[in-house]
Design a protein around this ligand. Structure first.
Ligand code: NAD
Length: 493
């Protein structure tokens, strides 16, 4: 058989293959990989779920998810690699049918026994499926066997550990790919390039020159149709434990020995180990939560469909993180995330210390005090950087003012940027775990977050406490103002 150098060979078995995520993200991402030549002749997809579908019906649903018609030759070739098997994941005996189907596809498309089991299912099934995949022999093929699992990975440290113990009975850590789709975003990956590719940046990347770092993941929408899940999760579990902790560890870690998954993860874990786990008093002081009330045309969270009227679930979190290590001691990381905020964006603001002496604003100069240099990494929706410097204003006299050096990815490049899932599926095929969460990262993140949760569960919050379209409750501003600082992104500057 001939396999092109860029082509990857694997059988994908999607559990939950008729779900929202599969149709909306996974199959379109795979089609992009097909168009780029990463997937070509030697791949196949076996969709499974409880729904009774024929291969043709499944292919029709996939066609719909791609937005193509039967006249699109390329799409039709891609779809011809899709097969379907109705399967209840709790039905142990039926795994032998899946195994036969997998072997058949393996032979037909010459897949070298390479298998990716993608669990796009409710997390309560993750352990069961992993166990049966092994006990029923689906992982016995001679190629690689990898398990890709969706979030959430547990709802606290204990449940995450239990889940991990269950998975590790069947799969080694290097075979498990825990999805955190933020890690698939182009600009998140750029954090490492900017940090370790520039002397200018890396030499200043410590507590001597950086005053504080701010990470904001702001959502404009409310809870939408995810209320029943979200009301049991909240912003702390849904956004902080995974996405924010991942971003923070990329910002805080030391330079890895090499740019490989093993070395990068080792440094991220080391950073997370030095994150201060708060006691009760520290958790109460350093974290605040919020829940949105009603706005002009917006219902309060408690009035949303499927949300209990007395819900104490948080739709907003802000906090201060402290690393007890040589690089970061004394430089806080402020984080915030929430729903129904002013705008949808993700950004990192790195605020440098001001010059020790401001020679320009001695009384006789009448100059406004120098502002801090700020390096902003815009993650989404528009990817780019901005570096705020102080410079002399044009003209007579000597006045300074901040100027911004901006770089934004242009529209053509933005369109060509791979979707997070496209990148992550590609990485899973390569066996590259860099952009997935390792068990150690997940476990340290839970240990930190659990402390906050524990304290909050003992206190009755005063909800609702922020209005839609704002940047969260007043307490989020007070949290940072107490330290004589301000959020770089704020409304009504
Ligand atoms: P969904 O409810 O739309 O789909 C679930 C799928 O699981 C369906 O195909 C269903 O038939 C199948 N299923 C349920 N019980 C089954 C059983 N006993 N045996 C076999 N199949 C069974 O869910 P979704 O939104 O696609 O989410 C899937 C996973 O992805 C979840 O873990 C979710 O947390 C995660 N996730 C989803 C999104 C998203 O945008 N939808 C985003 C991030 C993470």
């Amino acid at each position: 058989m001939t396999v092109l150098a860029s082509e990857r060979t694997a059988l994908f078995i999607f559990f939950g293959g008729t779900g929202d995520l599969a149709y909306r993200k996974l199959y379109p991402s795979m089609f992009n990989l097909y168009k780029k030549g990463t997937l070509r002749e030697h791949f196949a997809v076996l969709g499974t779920s409880r729904n009774k579908l024929t291969d043709a019906q499944f292919q029709e649903a996939v066609r719909k998810s791609l937005g193509t018609t039967k006249t699109d030759k390329e799409a039709e070739k891609f779809i011809s690699h899709f097969a379907y098997e109705a399967h209840d994941v709790t039905d142990q005996a039926h795994y032998s049918v899946l195994k036969d189907r997998a072997n058949e596809l393996d032979k037909k498309f010459e897949l070298q026994g390479n298998r990716i089991f993608y669990l796009s299912l409710a997390p309560s099934f993750f352990g069961v499926v992993a166990g049966y995949l092994k006990s029923e022999g689906l992982t016995d093929s001679e190629g690689f066997n990898r398990l890709v699992i969706e979030k959430p990975f547990g709802r606290d440290y204990d449940s995450a550990e239990k889940l991990n113990d269950a998975l590790s009975k069947s799969f080694e850590e290097e075979q498990i790919f825990r999805i955190d789709h933020y890690l698939g975003k182009e600009m998140i990956q750029n954090i490492e390039a900017v940090r370790f590719g520039n002397t200018l940046v890396e030499s200043l990347w410590n507590n001597r020159y950086i005053d504080n770092i701010q990470v904001t993941l702001s959502e404009k929408l409310g809870v939408e149709e995810r209320a029943s899940y979200y009301d049991n999760s909240g912003a702390l579990r849904d956004m902080v434990q995974n996405h924010i902790m991942q971003i923070v560890s990329l910002l805080a870690m030391e330079q890895p020995v090499s740019f490989t998954d093993v070395d990068i993860r080792a440094e991220k874990v080391k950073a997370l180990r030095s994150l201060r786990v708060y006691n009760v008093a520290e958790a109460s002081t350093n974290f605040v939560r919020g829940q949105y009330g009603a706005g002009d045309e917006q219902r309060a969270y408690r009035d949303e469909d499927n949300v209990p009227h007395d819900s104490t679930n948080e739709t907003f979190v802000a906090g201060k993180l402290l690393f007890d290590n040589y690089r970061w001691s004394g430089t806080p990381f402020y984080i915030r995330t929430g729903k129904m905020l002013a705008d949808k964006f993700t950004r990192v603001d790195v605020v440098f210390k001001k010059p020790l002496i401001d020679i320009f604003s001695f009384p006789q100069n009448h100059n406004a005090p120098l502002e801090a240099n700020v390096l902003t990494m815009y993650i989404e929706p528009h990817a780019g950087f901005s570096l705020r410097l102080n410079a002399k204003t044009n003209g007579q006299g000597f006045q300074t003012a901040p100027i911004d050096l901006d770089y934004f990815v242009d529209d053509a490049d933005s369109k060509a940027t791979p979707e997070p899932y496209e990148r992550l599926i590609h990485d899973a095929m390569k066996g590259d775990g860099t952009n997935f969460s390792s068990w150690q990262e997940v476990s340290y993140a839970w240990r930190f977050v659990d402390q906050i949760r524990k304290v909050w569960d003992l206190q009755q919050p005063q909800f609702p406490n922020y209005t839609p379209g704002s940047m969260g409750p007043a307490s989020a501003d007070e949290l940072i103002q107490r330290d004589h600082r301000q959020w770089v992104y704020r409304l009504n500057k």
